[in-house]
Design a protein. Structure first.
Length: 183
């Protein structure tokens, strides 16, 4: 993760008035690799005394390049995501650089001081267990966490907008973020 992300966020916080944003209500979030990047931003902001991050919305996060969890070993051929694709994604992202906690947040030894988080996992997802394990580690570090594992879903299945479970997932993500940023 480049330092540019924190600099951009710092610039947004520094220019909050002209942008019409509240610098005390900054959240980071994303889906899959984007959720991993969002968590890395929260780690870096904590470590480099960046602007305060109020909340993390991590939807089916990709947090661990090692792929050693039960779900990573057993859900190797799920719709839209398989073992080879996950391996290729991490290889393209990391290149020949060893993974650091800012690239693969599951490698962080200390999760204390991170903002509260919502973590959603899909039942049949290779990254399911890394998200659940990360949620437990956050809790053990004293970070407030809301964890939701969506039964019967797979990585990215909420893109099937006609599915009732997808509609519930999307509604919950929006409601969670609204609650987190409410004054």
């Amino acid at each position: 993760m480049s330092g540019g992300t924190c600099a951009s966020r710092a610039n947004a916080a520094e220019h909050a008035a002209e942008l019409g944003i509240d610098p005390e209500r900054i959240a980071v979030g994303g889906h899959s690799a984007g959720a991993g990047l969002a968590d890395a931003v929260a780690l870096r902001a904590r470590d480099q005394q960046g602007p305060p991050i109020r909340y993390q919305l991590l939807n089916q996060p990709g947090l661990d390049d090692r792929q050693e969890t039960w779900s990573a070993r057993h859900f190797t051929e799920t719709p839209w995501m398989n073992h080879d694709k996950v391996t290729a994604l991490w290889r393209h992202y990391l290149g020949s650089t060893p993974a650091t906690p800012y690239a693969a947040p599951a490698r962080a030894a200390d999760l204390s001081g991170l903002p509260p988080a919502y973590i959603a996992a899909a039942e049949f997802c290779p990254s399911r267990d890394e998200g659940i394990t990360y949620a437990l580690r956050l809790l053990q570090a004293g970070v407030s966490v809301e964890l939701h594992q969506w039964s019967g879903t797979f990585h990215g299945s909420q893109a099937i907008l006609s599915a009732e479970v997808s509609q519930r997932q999307i509604a919950e993500l929006g409601a969670t973020l609204r609650r987190a940023l409410a004054e």
